[in-house]
Each structure stands twice: as C-alpha cells, then as structure tokens.
Design a protein around this ligand. Structure first.
Ligand code: PGA
Length: 272
C-alpha cells in the first residue's frame, strides 16, 4: 500500500528536550477493549503489579471493561497504577438504558476515562459533538481524560491527516480547558493492524497536535501529554518514545499480556 507523505511538519515554536522531561511525565495506558472477565482482570493485575513495582518515573493506567473496573481498582490499591474507563455517557443520571455516568466510574475507583476512541466513532457513530459533551462531563466530575483522535487510511492517502486532526481537536475540545487532558494520537490504519506509524510519522503528527493545542491553550499546552496509539509493542515502544513530542502510549493488543505491557511501561530511553 502506498502512503502519500505529507510535507514535513515541524513545530513553529521551540520545544527543547528539557521541556519533555521536566514538564511531562510519560503516560502509558492499557486499553483492553472488550477483553477480560473479572477473574482474568485479577490474574493480570496480580502479575502486573509486581512487574511494575520499580517503574516509578511513568504514569500507568489500565482501562478494563466496565464490569471489571471495581475488581481492577481493588487489585491496584496501594500502587501508583491508575484505573480508567473506556467510555462514559455525558448525562449525570436518568433514563439512558445501558449507559454509565461519570459519577459511576468514579464510584468504581477510576481516575481517568478514554473518550472518542476511533472504535466508538466508527462502530457506535460517536460524533465530535457527542465527544465534546463527554469530555466536558468527565472534566466537570474531576475525571482525567484520554482524548483520542486520528485519521483513517483513506484520509491519510488523500493528504487530509492534518485537516482531520485539526477538526477533531477544535470540535472535540471546544470550550474546554486543557488541564487534565491527555491527547492520544491514534491513526486508525495502525490500530490492531500490526502496522505501527513510523517514529517520524508519529512525531510529525504529534508536533502538529502540539501546535493546535498551543492555539487553544497558549504555553500551558506544553503541559499536555500527547501519547501515541496503534500497534505499540515491546519491540517498537523505545523508538516511538524517543520522539521529541511522543509523551507516552495507548496500548491495545500488547497490553493484554502482563509481561508485554510491563516491558512497554519500562521503555528504554534511546539516546540520540
Ligand atoms: P492496538 O490498539 O495497540 O491493538 O493497535 C490501540 C488502541 O486502539 O488504543
């Protein structure tokens, strides 16, 4: 398959290595999607908690299905591992059969929520407007947001990557402050396909996203972490994390195994 390469995008603003280290702790999250029962959740975390014990310079979150949230929160008690939900509804309560409110995930021990994942946009028709309401609801309830954006293969091939990212950021974050928001860049063509973005492709998109956040939040945007998702594995995490504007990862498939996810959170810093 042929990729049309964008004109190289680099930050208009100066961002130094020092910024990355001093302002933004790496943030690495496991997105389990529709995987793992309660016993499987407990089994994973029993092993993972031990493996992650010495990973003290990274923020770690695990996002199990709703049904496993309480068990997961119990399993990570006393550790630095955070629990995230994979979605929420934006209303506080009421006649919304099947939906889960921000207060309910807080109740289960969550501190974070993934919002706007491409699978929700694709299979459940989530629009930027709905995503915007969900981000607002999460923030109003003090829940940290992992806000997902990313272009499809067709969009990339027709040179629309930056337009898509710009639109998703503008609409998804409209009238929303930047604190407590982690942006996840997840090119749809790289999710679950085994086809990771090359570090240069990730860096280019992250640099663009960073500039869009600066338009919204000014210099405060330097504090927002921008993490990469899409076929992250123990084999490619080090080179992705070496990119200037890649502050972490959102990991699907490779987060389902405790050893594999542990290797990812213990990514090795490559000196350039
Ligand atoms: P993947 O999923 O790592 O299996 O590609 C990432 C995601 O969808 O968050």
């Amino acid at each position: 398959m042929v990729f049309i390469h964008h004109k190289h995008y680099s930050n208009k603003f100066l961002s130094s290595k020092k910024d990355k280290i001093t302002l933004r702790r790496p943030f690495i999250a496991a997105n389990w999607k529709m995987n793992k029962t309660i016993p499987e959740t407990r089994e994973f975390l029993k092993e993972f908690v031990l493996l992650a014990e010495d990973a003290t310079d990274v923020d770690i979150a695990v996002a199990p299905p709703f049904t496993s949230l309480s068990a997961a929160a119990e399993s990570v008690k006393g550790t630095n591992i955070k629990i995230a939900a994979q979605d929420i509804f934006y209303e506080e309560k009421g006649a919304f059969t099947g939906e889960i409110s921000p207060a309910m995930i807080l109740d289960c021990g969550c501190s974070h929520v993934i919002i706007g994942h491409s699978e929700r946009r694709q299979y459940f028709n989530e629009t930027d407007e709905v995503i915007n309401k969900k981000v607002k609801a999460a923030k109003n309830n003090g829940v940290g947001v992992i806000f997902c954006i990313g272009e499809s293969l067709a969009e990339r091939e027709s040179g629309k990557t930056f337009d898509v990212l710009k639109m998703e950021i503008e609409k998804g974050l409209e009238n929303i402050g930047g604190d407590n928001i982690v942006v996840a860049y997840e090119p749809v063509w790289a999710i679950g396909t085994g086809r990771t973005a090359a570090p240069s492709q990730a860096q280019e998109a992250h640099a663009y996203i960073k500039d869009r956040l600066r338009v919204l939040y000014g210099n405060k945007a330097d504090e927002n972490r921008i993490i990469y998702g899409g076929s992250v594995t123990p084999e490619n995490v080090d080179s992705l994390m070496a990119c200037e504007d890649v502050d972490g990862a959102l990991v699907g498939g490779a987060s389902l195994n405790a050893e594999s996810f542990a290797r990812i959170i213990k990514f090795k810093k490559i000196k350039k």
